[in-house]
Structure formats: structure tokens, C-alpha cells
Design a protein around this ligand. Structure first.
Ligand code: ZN
Length: 361
């Protein structure tokens, strides 16, 4: 591992082999193979030998850190289930734990906390937390959608509590709505939560356009639900015409990305038809926004993405861009449906109408 003292211009890769020890059983899509593929991709590009990059070990999140977001009762329930040999945390979504999962989930949470600490302390330029289990479906007192502790929410809370930030953007590009993250920050203006996702009617049944926050948080939740089968042009239009103008208005002090890659057209779970080049284009805009608005303070935290051969390609490419290096991805384009595109355009128009009550769109 490189020296940490010399890292302020470097991109941190937060990773530990321990993340592979959370076992979900045979044929479960959220498997250790996802991270193994990413690490193979990183090695293939020789990123760890590059001076612009540094491998950082995560640390275990302390109990009181987890309590920034989760109830003690829930944390103990996770611990007890793992200590008794593991089992099902949430039946409906197939959220399972093995005996090691409590420690591994705390390590994933601690990895996200460590990443924001190091960026804030000027020890890293930006960072990508390559961890599992993912987090954005985990709410204050329940697990869901393969998520146990909400890593990105814990990172945001850390920025508020330790570093007194009050304008944090969480941009959720996972194909599913981050119901846990939305719930945790629904009534605050200190976190702007923006999510682009597929139709959430079946799962997680939140993330509709009229969910905009409440109380002080009104206007600080932005949901863009795209119809099943929507592809690059609709996603790009939503991103450029809704996400970017709102972020420019908000002027975040820190950008956190819930980096899910399950909108990819070959993903076995996601129902959008996005390409690798769309993801790269979106991340480049996020990197540029962080440069322009947040002093480059950007941390991406891995969420979903269940096509290991795609993760192997896209995560190292995004990392290269975060390191200010060229990265290209080539592939066949997913199919495009004009009918679905028109439905998507109508939804984007409705989102703009609703959000223009709060933002200059
Ligand atoms: Zn997802």
C-alpha cells in the first residue's frame, strides 16, 4: 500500500478481502464474485501501480457510529442473527446473512466513513468504496434489498456531525430507488437526495415523483422514476435537464454517489437498458460537478450491479476518470423503443413541473 501522508492528489480505492466473507448462498446475485470481478478489472488496468491511486483499508464502524443512522435494536438484531449462525433478515427481498456478515457490514459502513474522513482531511482527492453488502435500501430499523447498514447515509451523517457540513448531495444512480436513504433524510435540508431509477411500483414501492421531502426537507428529495425498458437517451435527458440544474442550484459541499450499476442492459435484475458509455458519461459529469462546486470532494460507494463482467469493466473505467485519466468502454448498444422513450419524456416533464416549485429549472 502507498503512503497515506502523500495522497491528497490521489484517488482512494477502499477495499478489503474481508468484504468477500459476507455469504449469501448459491446463485444469489449479490455475491463475492461481483467484487472479485472489479478487483480483476483494476489489476488489468494496473491502477494500483499508478501514483494517482492508493489502496486504503476500511475500518470497522463503531457502534455509536452505526447509531447515527440505525436503531440500537436493529443493530442488535443483525448481530444476534449472525451470531446464531445467520439466516434471513428480510424474506421478501432475499436479504440474507452468514455468521461473518455483521462484521463485514460494519466494515463496509466503516469504509464509507473512512473515505469521507480522508477526503475531508485532505488525504485523498476523491474515493471509491468497493464494498459489500450494499446499503441504500437499509432504513433506520430494517434491512431490505440485500442491504444491511446504509453505508452512504452513514457517510453523509459523518459529514454533518464531524465536519459540520450542511449541504451534502447524495446522487443515487442505482437502478432501484434508495428507499432507505430517502427515509433517513426525508425531513432535512442538509442532504439533497436525488435518485434516478426504474419504475418502483413493484420494488421498493417508494421513489415516485410526488415524494419530495417533508418539513425542512421539502424540496430536498428528487425522484426520477423511468419506465421499464428506458434507455440511454431518456436517462441522459433526465440527468441533463433535471439533475444537473438542481445540483448547480444546490452547490453541494460534498458529493456522495450511491454507485449502482444494475441499470446496465444485460443486468439480470435491473429493467433499464443503459450502456457502459452512458454510465461513463454520467460519472464524468458528476466528477466535473464535484470539481466545479465541491472542491473535488467526491466519494462513490458501491451499491448494486449484478453482472460481474460489466462491473469488471465499468468500475475501473470510472476510477480512471476519477484519477483524471482517459478511459473508454466499447460495446454493442442496447435496443431503443420510441414508445417507452415517449413515456419517459412525459415523466421527466412531470418531475420538472413538480421540482420547479423548489428549484430554478
Ligand atoms: Zn439496485
Amino acid at each position: 500500500m502507498n503512503e497515506i501522508g502523500n495522497c491528497r492528489s490521489r484517488t482512494g480505492i477502499i477495499f478489503s478481502e474481508y468484504f468477500l466473507l459476507h455469504r449469501t448462498g448459491r446463485n444469489h446475485p449479490e455475491s463475492p464474485a461481483r467484487l472479485q470481478a472489479i478487483i480483476r478489472g483494476i489489476k488489468h488496468l494496473n491502477l494500483l501501480k499508478n501514483k494517482r491511486c492508493v489502496l486504503i483499508k476500511p475500518r470497522i464502524a463503531k457502534l455509536d457510529e452505526l447509531e447515527m443512522v440505525h436503531s440500537l435494536r436493529y443493530i442488535r438484531a443483525v448481530r444476534n442473527l449472525c451470531n446464531s449462525g445467520g439466516g434471513i433478515l428480510d424474506e421478501e427481498t432475499g436479504t440474507l446473512v452468514s455468521p461473518e456478515s455483521y462484521a463485514v457490514a460494519r466494515l463496509a459502513a466503516g469504509g464509507a466513513i473512512r473515505a469521507v474522513d480522508m477526503v475531508m482531511e485532505g488525504k485523498l482527492r476523491n474515493a471509491f468504496v468497493i464494498s459489500r453488502p450494499p446499503g441504500h435500501h437499509a432504513s433506520r430499523a430494517s434491512a431490505s434489498g440485500f442491504c444491511i447498514f446504509n453505508n452512504v447515509a452513514l457517510a453523509a451523517k459523518r459529514l454533518i456531525d464531524k465536519f459540520s457540513l450542511s449541504r451534502i448531495l447524495i446522487l443515487d444512480v442505482d437502478v432501484h430507488h434508495g428507499n432507505g436513504t430517502q427515509e433517513i433524510f426525508y425531513d432535512t435540508d442538509e442532504v439533497l437526495y436525488i435518485s434516478l431509477h426504474e419504475d418502483p411500483s413493484e420494488f421498493p414501492r417508494s421513489g415516485f415523483i410526488d415524494e419530495v421531502g417533508k418539513g425542512k426537507g421539502k424540496g430536498y428529495t428528487v425522484n426520477i422514476p423511468l419506465p421499464f425498458g428506458a434507455s440511454d437517451p431518456a436517462y441522459w435527458k433526465a440527468f441533463k435537464s433535471v439533475v444537473v440544474p438542481i445540483v448547480l442550484c444546490y452547490k453541494p459541499e460534498f458529493i456522495l454517489v450511491s454507485a449502482g450499476f444494475d441499470g446496465y442492459f444485460k443486468d439480470p435484475i435491473g429493467e433499464l437498458l443503459l450502456s457502459a458509455s452512458l454510465y461513463l458519461k454520467v460519472f464524468q459529469v458528476i466528477i466535473d460537478l464535484a470539481h466545479r462546486l465541491s472542491g473535488n470532494r467526491l466519494v462513490a460507494v458501491l451499491e448494486g450491479g449484478y453482472c460481474p463482467s460489466f462491473l469488471k469493466k465499468i468500475v475501473p473505467a470510472v476510477l480512471s476518470r476519477m484519477m483524471n485519466m482517459e478511459a473508454k468502454v466499447t460495446e454493442h448498444r442496447p435496443r431503443f423503443s420510441i414508445t417507452i422513450h415517449k413515456i419517459a419524456e412525459k415523466i421527466i416533464k412531470e418531475v420538472k413541473e413538480i421540482q420547479s416549485r423548489f428549484w430554478n429549472l
